[in-house]
Design a binder for this molecule. Structure first.
Ligand code: ME8
Length: 554
């Protein structure tokens, strides 16, 4: 069966943890959606999967945003905004297993542990730091990337303001890891995907002066909202050192990883397989991130882990950005897309489908509301219609299934006196259905969502063409049965396979064609499985017609 053919595995999938300094936007939903689909797909294949997301709550950026918003205590500020992120997850059907907040007590302990291990191994030192800092980007920039603009200084890449600081900080010996990183990334070509991004990181690592030690603390006098440096409360841990550590906190923590044990932290995760140790989750971790934070994930993070003597995660997948009608979303331009509004208006499944169909990892994607509108229309007019037509009162699905089960496909088609083109179309459709679970598996595992959905549309189009051209309502007997069977199978198999993509709509479609709840797994997403549709019977023992419920896409 497909469940055996599709390789299922252990996987931990993570989104970046987002800054709760403002309400979530479209980009946040997109990263979460990619992870949600991967996670649901793994579960669908009967794999063990964990999906963690959350909020990055410390640091100057949050401290200042909270002050600007008039909060006395940043905690209250982040508590409120954190709810907005969770609300978006609920609205978008993002089914995480843990929502980690960097203010969670277990995480704070892990950050301190990570620091202590790096320190113990000799990779942290105290020094005088002079340089340009951008609060908005939460990072220092070299002199070469700073320019004067009007009455302030800005970073040449992000355009964000930078301020000069000279202060005592703790430093991390990033420079000591340059060669190890180059070696690791070269020897493990799948560590960073897509491959263009891997090459970009390798170039950066090999640039002259490209890897310098980094400051990993700020004076507590300036940064009040953060985690204390172990043994030195006059300094707070740099927000990126803190934030990246969430990924190990969320699999049960550093001690559990080092001891290859399970951790009771895992108990917090709903539905997670507790037999899997933290180390095993960790080895199977995939970070999905936007292209803006590559350096932190592919250079800083592996170096911190190496310094602490911890294993590295499996992979970092980088995605591109969403633009709004061709321009970068920004508050000042007023073109920031509010994902909650869109979901409210168009429905969560249309939104999910639209984002997945109109994006690819490598090139920036463009948000156009009219396209989202037509996505919703197409889901109803093409997919909904296909299902509705198959359920037409003139057709006897039960007989169609029986006819098909009575002999092998080839013999059945040979016996029909239909014209050759019709037989070939049916053959083609059935052949597509034979291979589609495997092909979708490939696309989704590589996060090629656009290709996956294109494939689904092509099968829907083929089925609709078959119905339009062959007019089964004007036919009778085995010929009608075969057409209806093939189209119903297309509806059934595609709806089963798309459950991880459009959970609510897929469930509605499967209800509409009476596929029992226990027949909606990948095992049943293949042609020719027996007894696929609910077959209720009346008291005389005769099958009752399939129920016809109105189909509403959202
Ligand atoms: O960087 N298109 O948080 P953040 C697509 N807290 N994705 C986008 C996007 C866009 N226009 N804008 C943002 C941080 N994203 C840190 C992360 S992780 C240890 C700490 C997504 O709130 C994308 O995933 O600025 C990007 O990397 C992330 O949001 C940045 O979110």
């Amino acid at each position: 069966s497909w469940s055996r053919q599709l390789h299922s595995q252990v996987s931990h999938i993570t989104t970046p943890i987002f800054y709760p300094n403002a309400r979530p936007h479209l980009g946040h939903l997109y990263s979460s959606l990619l992870c949600d689909v991967l996670h649901r797909w793994q579960l669908f294949k009967k794999g063990s999967s964990m999906f963690t997301t959350g909020t990055d709550e410390h640091g100057l950026k949050i401290q200042m945003a909270s002050e600007r918003a008039g909060y006395g205590n940043p905690r209250e500020f982040v508590d409120n905004l954190c709810q907005e992120f969770m609300k978006l997850d609920r609205a978008g059907d993002i089914r995480f297993t843990r929502f980690i907040r960097t203010t969670d007590a277990d995480h704070v302990k892990n950050v301190q542990k990570l620091w202590q291990l790096c320190d113990l191994n000799g990779y942290i030192y105290r020094g005088e730091h002079r340089g340009w800092y951008s609060v908005s980007d939460e990072t220092f920039y070299p002199e070469s990337k700073v320019q004067k603009s009007a009455d302030k200084f800005i970073n040449t890449e992000t355009g964000n303001e930078v301020v000069y600081h000279a202060e005592t900080n703790y430093f991390f010996k990033l420079s000591a890891f340059r060669e190890r990183l180059v070696e690791y990334i070269s020897e493990n070509p799948r560590f960073i995907a897509p491959s263009a991004k891997r090459l970009q990181v390798l170039r950066e690592l090999q640039e002259e002066g490209g890897v310098q030690d980094i400051s990993i603390s700020r004076p507590s006098s300036r940064l009040r909202w953060g985690i204390d440096v172990p043994g030195d409360p006059s300094q707070k841990v740099y927000v990126w050192f803190d934030a990246l550590c969430n990924y190990v906190s969320s699999v049960g923590g550093i001690d559990a990883i080092l001891q290859d044990a399970s951790s009771d932290v895992a108990l917090r995760h709903q539905g997670v397989n507790l037999e899997i140790s933290s180390a095993e989750w960790w080895r199977n971790t995939t970070h999905v991130i936007g292209k803006d934070i590559i350096k932190f994930h592919t250079i800083y993070w592996p170096a911190f882990l190496m310094a602490a003597g911890l294993p590295l995660p499996k992979q970092i997948v980088v995605h591109s950005h969403w633009l709004s009608n061709g321009v970068k979303m920004s508050k000042s331009l007023g073109n920031v897309v509010d994902p909650l509004l869109m979901i409210d208006h168009y429905g969560r499944d249309a939104m999910r489908w639209f984002l997945l169909e109109n994006s690819q990892l490598e090139d920036d994607n463009n948000f156009q509301e009219d396209k989202l509108h037509s996505t919703r229309e197409l889901l109803v007019s093409k997919w909904g219609n296909l299902v509705n037509r198959c359920c037409g009162p003139k057709f006897n699905l039960q007989r169609a299934v029986d006819t098909f089960a009575s002999m092998d496909r080839k013999t059945l088609l040979n016996q029909l006196d239909s014209d050759q083109t019709l037989k070939e179309t049916i053959q083609k459709l059935l052949a597509e259905l034979d291979t589609i679970p495997e092909r979708m598996d490939g696309y989704i595992s590589r996060l090629e969502s656009r290709a996956a959905l294109k494939k689904v549309w092509s099968v829907i189009d083929l089925s609709n063409t078959l119905i339009q051209d062959s007019k089964p309502w004007a036919k009778e007997g085995p010929e009608q049965d075969v057409i209806i069977y093939a189209c119903m199978e297309a509806s059934r198999i595609l709806s089963i396979l798309c459950q991880p993509i459009i959970p609510s709509l897929a469930a509605k479609l499967l209800d509409r064609i009476d596929v029992p709840l226990d027949r909606r797994s990948v095992t049943f997403a293949q042609v020719g499985a027996d007894d696929l549709y609910g077959r209720g019977s009346n008291e005389k023992g005769r099958p009752v017609p399939l129920q016809r419920k109105p189909l509403r896409a959202q």
